[in-house]
Design a protein around this ligand. Sequence first.
Ligand code: GDP
Length: 479
Amino acid sequence: PTTITDELGIALANLADSATGVLTPTLRLGVTGLSRAGKTIFITALVHNLLTQGRLPGFAPLADGRFIGARLAEYPDATIPRFAYEQHLASLSANPPVWPEGTRRISQLRLVLKYQSAKWWAGMTGPATLNLDIVDYPGEWLLDLPLLGLGFAEWSAEALARARLPGHSREAGDFLAALDSIDVSRDASDMAAEQLAATFTTYLRRSREHGALSTLPPGRFLLPGDLEGSPALTFAPLPRPPGAVRNGSLYAMLEHRYEAYKAQVIRPFFRDHFARLDRQVVLVDTLRALNTGPEAVNDLETALTAVLSCFRQGETNPLLRPFTRNIDRILFAATKADHVHHTSHDRLEAILNRLVANARKRASFAGAETKSIAMAGIRATSEGTIREGGETLPTLVGTPLAGEVLDGVTYDGRSEIALFPGDLPERPDSLFEDGQPVALNFLRFTPPQKLERNAAGDLVLPHIRLDRALDYLIGDWMA
Ligand code: GDP
């Protein structure tokens, strides 16, 4: 019965969307990626460049001279936090500039875009308008979709098997020890539930920190949003006790909380937000994985597979079908491309493309068109050359963040340096064939220290290929 209500809910919501959209079409663009992938920077840069008509030669409506302007508008749904665009821009233009705080929960923003259509009848109808609704949400939350199809016993069995894998012992040790000291058939107690949930969360956190880039569900355990500390997040996987489950036992209590998490947290997110998206951009910190090593690259491929399964159309599991959506385009973007020389940008794109192709196969993904791009929402480096032993080497010039270390030097966050960032392999296949690590000099930089202003006095935020990303995501809606 819930499934029918969900389908009805989505149908009604979409109907309402199209009813209000009779005059103004609305494109709902999802922006996601794991924590620190670059969502906040991407959205801030995208909004700012549209509002100020920045340098976007690859964005057709602007390049063709058909783009009239953009403005921010009130978001129709008052229950969702607004993306804090002004605050983020203020951080970036502070003295000294600082990176804003990243995405912790879902937020939205509406831009109204005015343009002249290129269609033959456009001359008669005058300028057209498009509402661009940007929906920012943690990629961690996507990993929860499969849970909707799993009961507590099934999920527990999977999660415990994973925690007991030899490679997980360092991270999962405390949780498994806590489990061993507890009899799951005894009377339920909040203390026991909290202790188990705490050690389980620590395990998930640690496996994320120890080089692993992909994460394990439940997604809210890592990024709780507004649910921090609530009972819906106070559960953990448990071995099923032999025989019937006794009412009032610890097992029954956590099973109940798991079901509540599905019904009250996962389901509403997929139904009310995810299932209503038209386009999606998935941001991927590909360079960090390449810099960490072959295992991290494998792990990234696993994470991409999980992400792609959420976008699989006509999902094969009927329980999950109502929560997926016919998104017709997904853009995978390797962020922070300003950490490598421009000669490596195409190579970075090729590497991500290869990862996505592998993930597509593993997720038996059919449906939406996908594309990979290497980009930087905000470019924090410039390029130069140094001469070393009669050779001219391409360099990056930027200010490393305070505390960054390279070759035994610790930076103070104030001095600009030139460094040779290292090359990405010319053939992406070589990376996968010999599992060779890539030698990158990967340092985090401060945001650009001196920003230009345009003729209207607005800040100019430099970027890499943001215009191409934008063109792929919304250009055809403004044809
Ligand atoms: P989120 O967690 O996905 O919202 O990630 P953010 O957008 O907050 O980005 C995380 C961090 O990555 C930022 O604080 C920056 O240090 C860095 N970053 C993100 N985008 C860029 C970029 O385009 N260029 C550079 N150099 N750094 C970036």
